[in-house]
Design a protein around this ligand. Structure first.
Ligand code: NDP
Length: 272
């Protein structure tokens, strides 16, 4: 029987992961089956136990289970420890490796696919939730000159800035406090676009040549990307590239083979 993998979440019907991993398996000639698993919100551990007992080799984890997966893992990678969230589980007998590939996916999309070199750049990350926690260490590892975290609830941004202070020049701000700043990269890691909203950003934040990156993806421009376009950001990107690149990184963790993400990104864009 082919090796079994799955994405677990609630809801899960919208997930593009089965399509992405089927495309990766075909591209790399890896014999595996990848399905979507809906688990009750209070039934994560039981659902994973059952999947493992049936021979499952690994899982992707999505909303609302990334913290449950963090607790479930017996071993954590450094990036999962810093994110305090797990989106990739690898089952090795009694051991369970917990990893977080979201930040690596973002950085790979920015540097490799968009050709935007992060070294020496000024970076603003909006948001202080799970997604922001996941991307901070991989972003800082690329040696930006400074990184600012802004959040609606400023205390959460302050807590994150303190936690990541050892990894680079990191400061926290509320949105009003950003007035007068200029950034080469602004990452929207809030969930505001889900509600067609926009954090209260002051104008003129984008430096010449700036990249605006929204973790959310979908048809057309998100409110943040529309704001960025109106405020002369040079490059606009949504989170589809990150989604496919984090999946490629998970595939690599499981199989030791790195698939090419760009053909699969094109497949998803054409299907949208
Ligand atoms: P969380 O619920 O953990 O955090 C939400 C964050 O958004 C908080 O910082 C919250 O601020 C802020 N926020 C929510 N609404 C607003 C608003 N109207 N104005 C300003 N700030 C707001 O969510 P996640 O971190 O898990 O996810 C964030 C986004 O990232 C989602 O859209 C998700 O789909 C996307 N994502 C995309 C991925 C990809 O592969 N492309 C991977 C992972 C996530 P406060 O603290 O004040 O409540």
């Amino acid at each position: 029987m082919n090796d079994q993998y799955a994405v677990i979440g609630n809801p899960i019907g919208h997930s593009k992961s089965p399509l992405i991993h089927a495309a990766f398996a075909k591209q790399t000639g890896q014999a595996l089956v990848y399905s979507a698993l809906l688990a009750p919100v209070d039934g994560f551990a039981q659902a994973v136990d059952a999947f493992r007992a049936a021979g499952g080799r690994g899982m992707n984890v999505t909303i609302p289970f990334k913290l449950d997966a963090y607790r479930y893992a017996s071993d954590l990678t450094e990036r999962a420890k810093h994110a305090q969230a797990v989106n990739t589980l690898k089952f090795e007998g009694a051991r369970v490796l917990g990893d977080n590939t979201d930040g690596a996916g973002l950085v790979r999309d920015i540097e490799h696919n968009l050709g935007f070199n992060l070294a020496g750049k000024t970076v603003l990350v909006m948001g202080a939730g799970g997604a922001a926690r996941g991307v901070l260490l991989p972003l800082l590892a690329c040696k930006p000159s400074a990184l600012t975290i802004a959040n609606r609830t400023p205390q959460k941004a302050l807590d994150l800035a303190q936690r990541f202070a050892a990894h680079g020049t990191v400061r926290a701000s509320d949105y009003a406090g950003l007035a007068g700043d200029r950034y080469d990269l602004i990452v929207n890691a809030t969930s505001s676009s889900l509600n067609e909203q926009l954090p209260p950003l002051p104008p003129r934040l984008f430096a010449p040549g700036a990249l605006a990156y929204d973790l959310m993806y979908g048809k057309g421009l998100t409110p943040f990307l529309a704001f960025a376009e109106a405020n002369h950001a040079q490059i606009l990107a949504d989170g589809l590239g990150m989604l496919v690149e984090q999946a490629a990184e998970s595939f690599y963790v499981w199989r030791g083979v790195r698939p090419e993400a760009q053909p699969v990104m094109a497949l998803l864009r054409n299907a949208a």
